[in-house]
Ligand binder design. Structure first.
Ligand code: HAM
Length: 468
């Protein structure tokens, strides 16, 4: 609700004067940004629903150990980027830096493995990583992710999930110039031998590696392949490739994946240097890159993780998924000058003067809103002139004006704000006239659907298992 201010009352505040700022790397989502968020959420919901993928939300906090054991204790995320603290009982908790670990925990904790498989889930939630804030990298960011759990270990599913990601970025106008970088990093059978070969290759080249890679050689040698340092990149070019050391099963998997990607007409490139920064992957890994920017900032990425569920104490379960940073999608849309439709327009502004006028306005405003007409008002004490200026600033197309005279005569003025013309109407003609002006398509008559009265406890259970 708004208080009318003097039209010139712009307050200039020195940023230093403001007592609090949001934490570095964490930003407010202002209404203009929400237009993008809403649009992206709708695309995601639509595409996921078409594919039978259901939404899940896990708590923002998880036991720290969950991420250490799944994402990997030597990964950047775990060693440098987690927001970790002890609760009042001294239990270590972490703000989730990614979605996969929590979803797998929820799959096990809620016995989702007993439901018909696969269980395909998506999330659209904030994540936290203590990174150096820069374009496309924030400390709080939103991620949309999909996890397909309990399907077969079949590369057709990997291709299908990449295709889903492709459809979503196509719907957002971002598919041109995007190429999928694919790789296979093997399985617990073939990877140890590959890692040994990799370590041997680097053994006599250690001195040219950056400080970070010298450490990684001991803890996480595959990450040497995607280091951004120039010298390390040169060395990585001649390093043994994961795909040259795959066992027969992984090699077949990778071959068949490529056939499936071809029939789906997805543009891909085999990139031996895409290894991903999380430990749980097996076989397929992939990233969607802008061809013009190369690996500078992957738009999104994912892969297969067939051993994770078992590693967390569950039954052997094949799984594959991806995660997309929503801010990155929005930044890319803006860079490509892509706008989104929104319904934030003010269609009618109701201006009034005095207590009697307000008594007439309140039900009128409510009725207009119920008809789906976006209606604003200013119910504080102020002059009609100031209210109309405000209506103009909000971009209202029409104004309904009720002053003393109109109250006495049971009328109202209807003013076309775009051309400044107005007419006097009987008060009870205001709504029918505005319903003629705004066609059904221009009205916002969305409803969430009809309520249902459920008959049995079982119906209730099928509807919701949580709030019982
Ligand atoms: P990730 O590559 O670490 O994978 O993150 C996925 C996406 O999240 C990135 O490609 C990027 O779009 C976005 N992202 C990551 N960090 C930031 C940041 N600091 N600021 C803004 N956006 C960021 C995962 O998180 C895996 N859980 C994906 C996955 C799901 N794999 C299988 N299932």
């Amino acid at each position: 609700m708004f208080q009318v201010k003097d039209e010139n009352s712009q307050i200039e505040l020195d940023q230093e004067q403001i007592k609090f700022q949001s934490p570095r790397g964490m930003q407010d989502l202002l209404p203009e940004e929400h237009r993008y968020f809403t649009f992206i959420k709708k695309v995601v919901r639509h595409r996921c629903r078409q594919a039978g993928i259901l939404r899940i939300t896990t708590p923002v906090l998880e036991p720290t150990e969950l991420f250490v054991r799944t994402v990997g204790e030597d990964t950047d995320i775990v060693t440098k980027e987690m927001y970790t603290f002890a609760d009042k009982k001294g239990r270590s908790l972490t703000l989730r830096p990614e979605g996969t670990a929590g979803v797998v925990r929820a799959y096990l904790q809620n016995n989702l493995f007993n439901r018909p498989q696969p269980v395909d889930l998506y999330y659209f939630d904030p994540m936290w990583r203590y990174e150096r804030p820069q374009a496309g990298r924030y400390r709080q960011f939103w991620q949309f992710g999909v996890e397909c759990l309990g399907g077969e270990n079949d590369p057709a599913i990997d291709a299908q999930i990449m295709h889903l990601g492709w459809k979503i970025i196509s719907d957002l106008g971002l598919a041109s110039d995007i190429e999928i970088q694919i790789n296979s990093i093997g399985c617990p059978k073939c990877r140890p031998q590959y890692l040994e070969n990799l370590a041997n290759y680097y053994e006599d080249k250690k001195h040219t590696l950056c400080a970070e890679c010298k450490k990684r050689l001991e803890t996480n040698p595959m990450r040497l392949l995607d280091c951004k340092n120039e010298d390390c990149q040169l060395l990585a070019q001649n390093a043994p490739k994961p795909t040259e050391h795959l066992c027969q099963e992984c090699s077949d998997h990778f071959q068949r994946l490529q056939e499936f990607l071809k029939v789906l007409e997805l543009p891909f490139n085999i990139n031996p240097r895409v290894v991903r920064g999380l430990d749980y992957y097996t076989k397929t890994v992939f990233e969607f890159w802008d061809k013009k920017k190369q690996g500078a900032a992957a738009l999104f990425g994912g892969g297969r993780y067939d051993t994770l569920v078992e590693q967390m104490g569950g039954p052997a379960t094949a799984a594959v998924g991806f995660g997309m940073g929503v801010e990155r999608l929005i930044a890319e849309m803006k860079a490509r000058k892509i706008g989104v439709p929104h319904k934030d327009k003010v269609q009618v502004f109701v201006a009034q003067l005095g207590h009697e006028a307000k008594l007439k306005c309140l039900p009128l405003i409510s009725a207009l809103r119920n008809e789906g007409i976006h209606t604003m008002n200013s119910l504080g004490h102020s002059a009609l002139k100031a209210q109309l200026k405000l209506a103009d600033k909000f971009g209202a197309e029409w104004a309904v004006i009720i002053g003393d005279l109109e109250v006495q005569q049971d009328t109202a003025l209807l003013r076309d704000m775009r051309i400044g013309e107005q007419q006097i109407l009987p008060f009870d003609q205001i709504i029918p006239t505005l319903l003629n002006i705004f066609t059904e398509e221009q009205r916002d008559t969305y409803t969430p659907g009809e309520l249902e009265w459920l008959e049995t406890e079982n119906d209730l259970k099928n509807n919701s298992i949580y709030f019982q």
